[in-house]
Design a protein around this ligand. Structure first.
Ligand code: CTP
Length: 157
């Protein structure tokens, strides 16, 4: 029988198969800190038979991810599965995909990059030069963002 790690939710989003230890980073990315008042369930470093190892799970009541949040999630949790729950049932299940080019979402670490110029309305643009480990390169100035620091540069509207 399948063991239930944390209770089910009625409506909202379950983000499953997160890399172990990544749950709090995911909540930060989504801008959720608990002060919103809706139920948030977190499981960290729980065993997953399917993955044959540990994973994190985040369940958020009454919240559904935007396209931008889903794209940002791919940058920090490429193994994630997003489950949409309505009336207690999984009505949609999708993985996240890392694109070849990431537009917007990231702020270039180079403060003199043209994408950070206040006078130029230029959206940041990073090329994914390696997926594992993740490595991104700024299209404008060549600045590199490595996997371990990527969450520091995610900037959602
Ligand atoms: N879930 C939930 N509340 C519900 C329904 C599902 O919290 N009302 C959670 C489950 O606990 C699980 C995830 O949503 O963590 C996906 O549910 P389900 O597809 O039923 O589980 P699995 O088949 O194990 O999913 P997968 O194939 O993606 O591993």
């Amino acid at each position: 029988m399948k063991e239930l790690k944390v209770s089910k939710i009625n409506n909202g989003t379950v983000i499953d198969h997160l890399p172990p230890g990544r749950a709090l980073k995911v909540l930060r990315l989504l801008g959720i800190d608990g002060s919103e008042g809706f139920m948030v369930l977190i499981a960290m470093n729980v065993y997953s038979k399917k993955l044959g190892g540990r994973k994190d799970i985040v369940k958020i009541e009454n919240v559904y991810l935007s396209d931008e949040q889903t794209k940002a999630l791919a940058l920090i949790a490429p193994t994630a599965t997003i489950n949409i729950i309505r009336n207690g049932e999984v009505v949609e299940k999708r993985g996240v995909t890392l694109p070849d080019v990431v537009e917007g979402i990231l702020t270039c670490p180079n403060s003199s990059c043209i994408s950070r110029s206040k006078r130029e309305p230029i959206k940041s643009k990073f090329l994914v030069v390696s997926k594992r480990p993740l490595k991104l390169k700024c299209h404008y100035c060549g600045e590199i963002i490595e996997e371990k620091e990527v969450s520091n540069y995610i900037n959602l509207r």
